[in-house]
Design a protein around this ligand. Structure first.
Ligand code: ADP
Ligand code: MG
Length: 232
């Protein structure tokens, strides 16, 4: 494990992978609501940041070499005390040492724990013919197994954003289904339009992944984010 600067990035095959913290900073500037997230570079700093953010918090490994953080034990949610934060910090360090000892480690991301909501995802990929294409879907099984997603070419019109949300098969879930609360669809549409504008303004952004975004009755918030840039 080597410590690198907070803005160090991974360069491979002409791609630069931004960490979750770096990605959220950019997305926040683009008008996408993101959960408040801070970098801790020691156990003590993680505990101090958790106290200043307010419990419960989530701890996550920050490494440009670890893309699927929970797969290696790099995500600890629902931490309610200083002691739990310290234990989680040690557990993440041990998990990285065991699974990925060569990974460049920036530290640990301490973030507010978002309340339970409906998980949705938004993404962008660059098609060789069409250029940037935005994707929207429901999170978890709906996207991984059922591939229930909608696509539109950037730039999106307001109508595109509206239709994307409506055309997924899981749309009834957004409208409140079997006791599940109805979510704020206009906030989802606004986020899609903001993402479209962000991608249009930044040709260097090649891929983008907000997985998941939690949607509520009157707000949404992205809890995980990844941006991949072309290495100029
Ligand atoms: P991964 O790199 O494995 O995709 P995530 O950051 O998406 O890691 O975290 C894994 C899961 O933990 C998420 O899908 C979400 O359910 C939950 N989670 C992550 N961050 C938060 C948070 N700040 N608040 C609430 N739940 C979270
Ligand atoms: Mg994720």
């Amino acid at each position: 494990m080597t410590a690198t600067g907070p803005i160090a990035t991974a360069r491979e095959e002409g791609r630069v992978v931004l960490t979750e913290l770096e990605s959220k900073e950019l997305l926040k500037g683009a008008g996408i609501p993101v959960v408040e997230s801070r970098l801790a570079q020691s156990r003590g700093e993680a505990v101090a940041l958790a106290k200043s953010l307010g419990f419960p918090v989530v701890l996550k490994v920050v490494s440009p070499d670890i893309l699927h953080k929970s797969d290696i034990g790099g995500v600890k949610v629902g931490l309610r005390t200083e002691r739990q934060v310290g234990v989680a910090y040690d557990a993440i360090m041990a998990a990285v040492a065991a699974s990925n000892p060569e990974a460049r480690l920036h530290g640990v991301n301490v973030q507010a724990m978002a309340p339970p909501g409906l998980e949705v995802i938004m993404g962008m990929t660059t098609d060789s013919q069409l250029g940037p294409v935005l994707m929207f879907g429901l999170g978890g099984v709906m996207v991984e197994v059922l591939k229930d997603v909608a696509f539109r070419i950037v730039p999106l019109t307001r109508r595109d954003a509206h239709q994307m949300v409506q055309e997924i098969k899981g749309y009834p879930m957004l409208q409140g289904f079997r006791g599940q609360e109805k979510v704020d669809i206009s906030k989802l549409e606004e986020a899609l339009l903001n993402l479209s504008a962000f991608v249009e303004q930044h040709a260097e952004v090649k891929e983008l992944d907000l997985n998941p975004i939690l949607a509520y009755k009157d707000s949404i918030v992205a809890v995980d984010a990844r941006i991949i840039l072309a290495d100029a």
